[in-house]
Each structure stands twice: as structure tokens, then as C-alpha cells.
Design a protein around this ligand. Structure first.
Ligand code: FE2
Length: 433
């Protein structure tokens, strides 16, 4: 065994542990009634997410990588996300909270045993660089963010607490010019990148301007005050239909408060902070705001070029600030704070061109449909991303305050329906040069 392999094992074990601590926090913050309850038809009961995390870990790490016998084969179907829509999950014969906790702990013991004994370089692509472990760690982290979104939809007194995000170092306004020309989009080298981030390929992006910060609550409130929700000129036909049918008048969780707005965040209601990025808006709202503001949403390629392209070297970096793994000084990630940070709070996370907070705070809607890059191959299974390719889903980039530092990078792609806003979604603006 090489030192490198030892180091990879240590890293995997540490990440598994750190991630499970967050899962435990999210599932122990509420009582059993809240764990089995469905807080929104858009979400699973928290106890489903918990056992599903264990079920995927069992399938990939214990059975596939480890070649071990199934612990609970009868659970496979119950916790297969493709077999049961979220709205139907409360009616399933799910494990109770006690059973689910016991199951995930048993799976974890086996997975750690596999990690100790498995050859991390057995020649299989699934195992190279610890990919299967990285995939399962990211999967649990993604469900942690989903469970955090469920917490936001839960009624009742607050159960989560965190320090407020850092204050503004220097206010960030305006836009930067990103020169036209090719850049490398996607990756061949990021070891834990998922199939849809691959392969690396050249994309020629015409010059464009992009805002240095995401659209803030204050800016968004001006759109509402200007009658933006009542004027079909700003909305696409599909967006206007949805705005009418759903009765949208403001971001989710906002309420009128005198001549301003309050928002309820994890059970606490307070005036919205004008300098924080707006969150819980759908793609249609983002698109309408952009049109009203005389701009547009960035394409996915524009977003990634703004985030990764280094004009000094022409190289694409892992993150806007360079190749260094995210530290707290770079970005608001990992539920360290329970809200996005104001524009200008993360000077150290800026891109070479001075675009800020691309990573963390809020997922940013792009104008691009979710599709495979040229040369895409599904790995390790079609259901990870390929089955979602097509015009139904829009790409979101950059992660939110609820995204783990492992589960986002300059190449990471998220996707959702253009009407969804239970996710921690915001946006920034761009325009042609
Ligand atoms: Fe999942």
C-alpha cells in the first residue's frame, strides 16, 4: 500500500464521518413526528432521505465495491428514488426512525470495513481515486442540502441555529467584461467529478458582461414595487402562465411588512436584508427580473467561464479563487450559516476578473437546458444524470449556503424544473458585450 493510498483512505474516512455528523444533526433536530411527516409534497419525509442515504451506500460501497452480501435487499425497491415520487413516499412502509438509524449505522460499519480492505486501485474506474466513495459522500451531502430545504418548508418553532454570515468587506456592484474566445469547460482531471461534468472540452464564448454579485433582495424588491409581477412584458409565455397559475407575487417565504418585506427562514421571521442575494426564486422569476433590468441570465458556459477562466494563463481553475479546496474565507458553504451572505462578504473568493460569490450563497439559475457535453458517457449509471437531459430542466451553478464544499466546484452542474423554488436558488445577470 502506498502513502498516497493511505492518504486517500484517511480523507475518505474523514469525509464520511464529517458528512454523517451533518446528516445526524439534520435528523436529530426534530422529533420522530417531524421525521416521518411530509412537510411539503415536493419533499420526502426526512426519515426517507436518511434510509435512502444508507441504501445507496449499501448498493455502491458494500455490495458493488466490497462484493459483500446485501444487508437488507428488501429495502432496495422502497428507497429507489425512481420507483416512488416524493409525494407518494409517506405512504410507503418505511423504516421507523429507530430502524432507519440502526440501518444506516450498520451500513456505515460495513462501508468502513470495505474501505479498510478494498484495493483502491483494483483497475476498475468505479474505484480509481476513491470515486465510488466520493460519489456516495457527495450523494449524502446532496441529501443533506435537500433535508435542509425540507427544514425550511417545515412549520413550527425553529430547531436549527447558526452564526450569521460574515459582514460586507467592501460592497460589490457593477459588472465585468469577460473577453471573447475559447476556454476549457468541464473536466477530465477532477477525481470526484460526476459524469455530467465530463469530458473537458473547448467552448468559444463571445465577449459578455456579467454582474460581480448576485441580484440582491433590495434589487428584487424594486422589481416587485415596479409592478414586475403584474406586467406580462417581462415574462416568457411559460413564465407568465406559471406566474398566473401559481399566484406568484414575491419570492417564496416573503410576506408584506409595512412598505417592505419580511421573510421566514427556518422558522424565524425577520425583515429581509437588502444586501443579501435573493433566494427561493424560480427560473421564470429570474428571467422576468433580468428582462425588466434590461439584461439576461448567463448561459451555463458564460457562468463557468466567469468562474474558472484565468486570463493570465488561459487555464480553467477548479474554483474562482484558484485550485485550493474551499475554506471558510472563500465561500459560504456547508450550512455554516443558515442564509446567503451579503454581496461583498467574500473578497478572498473572487475570480481573477473580480466576480464574487460564484461559489456558495445561492444556486444561480442559468439560461441553459441540462444536456450532456460532447462525448458524454453515463457513469456509473444512466439514472445519475442522463435520464434528466433535455428541455425540461434548467442548469443551476455554484452551490448555496447549504451545499457542502465537496459537493460543488467550478464544473459542478445542478438542474431543476424552471418552476421550482424550494431549493436555495437565486441568480446573477449578464448581457452581451
Ligand atoms: Fe438520492
Amino acid at each position: 500500500m502506498t502513502i498516497e493510498t493511505d492518504r486517500l483512505r484517511d480523507r475518505v474516512a474523514a469525509e464520511l464521518l464529517r458528512t454523517r455528523e451533518r446528516t445526524t444533526l439534520l435528523t436529530e433536530a426534530v422529533d420522530d413526528g417531524d421525521l416521518v411527516r411530509q412537510h411539503s409534497p415536493l419533499m420526502s419525509p426526512l426519515v426517507w432521505d436518511l434510509a435512502h442515504v444508507g441504501s445507496q451506500e449499501e448498493l455502491w460501497l458494500v455490495r458493488d465495491v466490497g462484493g459483500r452480501d446485501p444487508l437488507r435487499p428488501e429495502l432496495d425497491e422502497l428507497y429507489d428514488a425512481f420507483k416512488h415520487a416524493r409525494r407518494d413516499r409517506p405512504g410507503l412502509p418505511l423504516l421507523t426512525p429507530v430502524e432507519a438509524r440502526k440501518y444506516v449505522a450498520q451500513v456505515r460499519d460495513k462501508a468502513l470495513d470495505v474501505l479498510d480492505r478494498a484495493r483502491i486501485d483494483d483497475g476498475r474506474r468505479l474505484v480509481a481515486d476513491g470515486f465510488a466513495f466520493g460519489m456516495i459522500i457527495q450523494h449524502e451531502q446532496q441529501h443533506d442540502e435537500t433535508m435542509l430545504a425540507t427544514h425550511q418548508l417545515r412549520a413550527g418553532s425553529p430547531v436549527l441555529a447558526a452564526d450569521p454570515p460574515p459582514a460586507v468587506i467592501a460592497p460589490v456592484t457593477g459588472e465585468v467584461l469577460v473577453p471573447g474566445g475559447p476556454f476549457t469547460m468541464g473536466t477530465d482531471t477532477e477525481p470526484w467529478a460526476l459524469d455530467n461534468e465530463r469530458p473537458a472540452h473547448q467552448v468559444d464564448v463571445p465577449a459578455f458582461h456579467i454582474d460581480r454579485a448576485a441580484v440582491t433582495n433590495g434589487q428584487y424588491a424594486a422589481f416587485i414595487d415596479a409592478g414586475g409581477y403584474d406586467d406580462p412584458r417581462w415574462w416568457s409565455p411559460a413564465g407568465w402562465d406559471h406566474r398566473q397559475a401559481a399566484g406568484l407575487v414575491a419570492p417564496a417565504h416573503w410576506q408584506r411588512d409595512g412598505d417592505g418585506w419580511s421573510a421566514t427562514t427556518f422558522g424565524r421571521t425577520a425583515r429581509v436584508t437588502p444586501s443579501e442575494p435573493v433566494v427561493h426564486v424560480c427560473f421564470h422569476e429570474a428571467e422576468a427580473y433580468a428582462k425588466w433590468a434590461g439584461k439576461r441570465l448567463p448561459t451555463e458556459a458564460e457562468w463557468e467561464k466567469a468562474a474558472r477562466w484565468d486570463p493570465a494563463t488561459g487555464r480553467s481553475r477548479r474554483y474562482p479563487w484558484g485550485d485550493e479546496t474551499p475554506e471558510p474565507r472563500h465561500a459560504n458553504l456547508g450550512q455554516r450559516h443558515l442564509r446567503p451572505a451579503p454581496a461583498g462578504a467574500f473578497d478572498d473568493g473572487a475570480s481573477p476578473l473580480g466576480v464574487q460569490q460564484l461559489i456558495g450563497d445561492v444556486w444561480e439559475w442559468t439560461s441553459t437546458d441540462f444536456t450532456g457535453y460532447p462525448g458524454f458517457t453515463a457513469f456509473p449509471y444512466r439514472e445519475y444524470s442522463e435520464v434528466f437531459f433535455g428541455p425540461d430542466y434548467k442548469v443551476l451553478r455554484g452551490g448555496s449556503f447549504g451545499t457542502d464544499r465537496n459537493a460543488v466546484r467550478g464544473t459542478f452542474r445542478n438542474w431543476d424544473y424552471p418552476i421550482r423554488r424550494q431549493i436555495f436558488s437565486g441568480f446573477r445577470l449578464a448581457r452581451d458585450a
